[in-house]
Ligand binder design. Structure first.
Ligand code: UT7
Length: 323
C-alpha cells in the first residue's frame, strides 16, 4: 500500500414520489401493520419520471460540489437495475457531468454493490493508479417488481448515494480493512432474469424481469453472515468490537439490524436506520444512511463498520476511520 484513502464528500438523491404502506394496501392483500412489524418499512420512494442517469447525475453533482469533474480519475456505479445492459451507467454519468478523464464501469453485486465498489476504488487509490474516485450506488427496483407479489413489492424503494474519495498520505488513511465473500451455490435465492431472444429470434422470452426471492433464506443468510463479516473485518484491522462507534448496515429489514445487534451484543442505537422512510434501496442504502446521519457518524476518530449483503449471494464488511 503506497497511499491512504480519505472520504471527501457524501451525497444522495431519491425520487420525489412517496408510496406508503397505506398506498400498497389499496393494490395488494397486505396492511401497514404487517409491513411495519415484519420489516420496519413505512414508505418508500418510487421513480416516475426519474431514471438511473438522473439519480446518478444529481447525487454526483452534490458529491462534486467543491471539485472539478475533470479531476475524477475513476467512476464506479454499483447497480443491478440499469436501464441499459450497455453502455454502463458509469459511462453515461461521465458524459453528463463532464468527468472526461475518468475510467468508468458498472459493478453488479446487488445490495452488496456499494461495499464491493468501495473496496475496488480504495485499492486503485492505495496503489496510486488513480487519485480521485467517485462511487455511486443506484438501484431502481420499482421497475423490476411484480407489483402483485406482496412478498417482494413491499420491500424495495428507489434511490442513489454517492461518495467522493481521494488518495492521501498513508498516515491519514481511513480505509482500514475489508472482508468480502460470495456464495454462488445459493444464486437462485434472489434473482432478476433479463428478457432475451433465442436465435433465430422466433422465441422472445418476456415478462421475466422481476425480483424472485426466497425471503427466509436471505434473512437467515444476513443474520448469520453479517456478524461474522463484521468481526472478521475488525479482526483484520486489529480493532475491538467495542471500539466501533457506528455500524452502517444495508437497510433491508429492521429485524435483521436488530438481530445482528443482538448477536454481537451491541447497543441497537449504534445501528442507524432509515428504512422506515426509504425501504430497501439496494446498492444505494449504505451511502443513503451514511449521508443522512453524517453529522452524527463522521466525527473525528470515529470507527465505522460498513456491511452489505444480497443477491449472488454476496456479503462484505469494511472498517473505516474518520480523521
Ligand atoms: O437486500 C436483500 C433483499 N432481501 C431481503 O432482505 C429479504 C430478507 N427477508 C425478509 O425480510 C423477510 O423474510 C420478509 C419480510 C420478506 C418476509 O417476512 P417473514 O417473517 O419471513 O414472513 P413469511 O414469508 O414467513 O410470511 C409469513 C406470513 C405468510 O402467511 P402464512 O403462510 O403464515 O399464512 C405470508 O403469506 O405472512 C404472509 N405475508 C404477508 N402478509 C401480509 C407475506 N408477505 C405479506 C405481506 N402482507 N406483504
Amino acid at each position: 500500500m503506497l497511499y491512504g484513502v480519505k472520504l471527501v464528500e457524501l451525497a444522495s438523491e431519491v425520487p420525489t414520489k412517496t408510496v406508503s404502506n397505506f398506498d400498497l394496501e389499496k393494490i395488494l392483500d397486505t396492511n401497514d401493520q404487517w409491513i411495519t412489524d415484519r420489516t420496519g418499512i413505512k414508505e418508500r420512494r418510487i421513480c416516475e419520471k426519474e431514471d438511473s442517469l438522473y439519480l446518478a447525475v444529481e447525487s454526483s453533482r452534490k458529491a462534486l460540489k467543491n471539485n472539478d469533474p475533470k479531476e475524477i480519475d475513476l467512476i464506479i456505479v454499483a447497480t443491478s437495475t440499469p436501464e441499459y445492459l450497455y453502455p454502463s451507467t458509469a459511462c453515461r454519468l461521465q458524459g453528463e457531468i463532464g468527468a472526461d478523464n475518468a475510467v468508468c464501469f458498472d459493478l453488479s453485486a446487488a445490495c452488496t454493490g456499494f461495499i464491493f465498489a468501495l473496496v475496488n476504488a480504495c485499492q486503485f487509490l492505495q496503489l496510486g493508479t488513480f487519485k480521485k474516485a467517485l462511487i455511486v450506488g443506484i438501484d431502481i427496483h420499482s421497475r423490476f417488481i411484480n407489483w402483485a407479489d406482496r412478498s417482494t413489492s413491499i420491500l424495495f424503494g428507489d434511490g442513489a448515494g454517492a461518495i467522493l474519495l481521494e488518495a492521501c498520505p498513508l498516515e491519514e488513511n481511513q480505509f482500514l480493512s475489508h472482508s468480502l465473500a460470495c456464495y454462488g451455490k445459493a444464486w437462485t435465492d434472489l434473482t432478476i432474469k433479463t428478457t432475451y431472444s433465442n436465435f433465430p429470434n422466433a422465441d422472445i422470452q418476456k415478462n421475466v424481469e422481476v425480483v424472485q426471492m426466497n425471503g427466509k433464506k436471505i434473512y437467515q443468510f444476513a443474520v448469520q453472515k453479517v456478524p461474522e463479516f463484521i468481526l472478521s473485518s475488525l479482526n483484520k484491522a486489529n480493532i475491538k468490537l467495542e471500539e466501533v462507534d457506528y455500524f452502517i448496515c444495508h437497510q433491508a429489514n429492521q429485524r435483521i439490524l436488530d438481530s445482528v445487534a443482538d448477536k454481537l451484543k451491541v447497543d441497537k442505537n449504534k445501528f442507524p436506520s432509515n428504512m422506515a422512510k426509504y425501504g430497501n434501496t439496494s446498492a444505494a442504502s449504505i451511502p443513503l444512511i451514511w449521508e443522512e446521519k453524517k453529522n452524527l457518524i463522521n466525527q473525528k476518530n470515529n470507527i465505522i463498520s460498513l456491511s452489505g449483503f444480497g443477491a449472488g449471494l454476496t456479503i462484505g464488511s469494511i472498517v473505516w476511520k474518520i480523521n
